[in-house]
Design a protein around this ligand. Structure first.
Ligand SMILES: C[S@@+](CC[C@H](N)C(=O)[O-])C[C@H]1O[C@@H](n2cnc3c(N)ncnc32)[C@H](O)[C@@H]1O
Length: 216
């Protein structure tokens, strides 16, 4: 950890738990809850910031480091992405559908002079496949149903290329064969993708039959 990261962590931990969210808001210059816009699609969850306590547990249990790229799926004003970036040095990408929240998130990144913290505007279910650099994907229940299903299809595709972690807050347990549980408490579940294996024996049979045909 770099000195700034250590100081931020120590400052948060020195405060009573109940005071940490307000302190972070004041540090980041965030004032009150922004109103949700008409561009929030039907069935999607409005903005509500994830509690600092849960974010600290996610950082620890998912072992997020400066080598990671943290993607907040439904990132609001960028508060969670900013905190994880400042605590760990990880690159941070927010994906947010509400334009006004995107604007505020970009303003926050500029105020923090954080070039490794970017915000992408649009529906996460459509955009995630264009974000293959992510290594830790964070979802504070942004939506459910078909949209969530699409997000997990994209995540599975990304997990075929490398190991990823998925942090879910206040969401039902995930039962997907390509994900193994790493951590679970009453608010937070963390998963790691399993290695995808290629069936070399069946590939070898395929190659042998191709060679046999070629020789005929
Ligand atoms: C519960 S809030 C979580 C905010 C943020 N992750 C945090 O922890 O501070 C859910 C956020 O997801 C956003 N959202 C909802 N549906 C979305 C979608 N389809 N694509 C991108 N963002 C979406 C909402 O606008 C809202 O900001």
């Amino acid at each position: 950890m770099r000195p700034g990261e250590l100081v931020l962590r120590a400052s948060l931990e020195a405060l009573p738990r109940g005071a940490r969210d307000e302190w972070l808001d004041s540090l980041l210059g965030l004032k009150g809850l922004p109103a949700d816009g008409t561009d929030l699609p039907r069935g999607c969850v409005p903005y509500l910031p994830c509690p600092v306590e849960v974010l600290l547990r996610a950082v620890d249990r998912a072992e997020i480091t400066s080598e990671d790229v943290f993607v907040d799926v439904g990132s609001g004003v960028g508060r969670a992405a900013a905190l994880v970036h400042l605590l760990t040095g990880a690159g941070a990408v927010g994906v947010e559908v509400q334009q006004e929240l995107v604007r505020q998130s970009r303003e926050l990144a500029a105020a923090l002079e954080a070039p490794r913290f970017a915000t992408v505007a649009g529906d996460a279910a459509e955009l995630l496949r264009f974000l293959p650099t992510g290594t830790v994907f964070f979802l504070y229940c942004p939506f459910s149903g078909a949209r969530l299903e699409r997000v997990f299809e994209h995540l599975e595709d990304i997990a075929r290329t490398r190991t990823i972690r998925v942090c879910c807050v206040q969401m039902p347990a995930l039962a997907r064969p390509w994900l193994e549980p790493l951590w679970e408490d009453e608010e937070l579940s963390i998963y790691r993708s399993r290695a995808f294996t290629v069936d070399l024996r069946s590939d070898a049979v395929e190659v042998r039959s191709l060679l046999a045909q070629h020789r005929k």
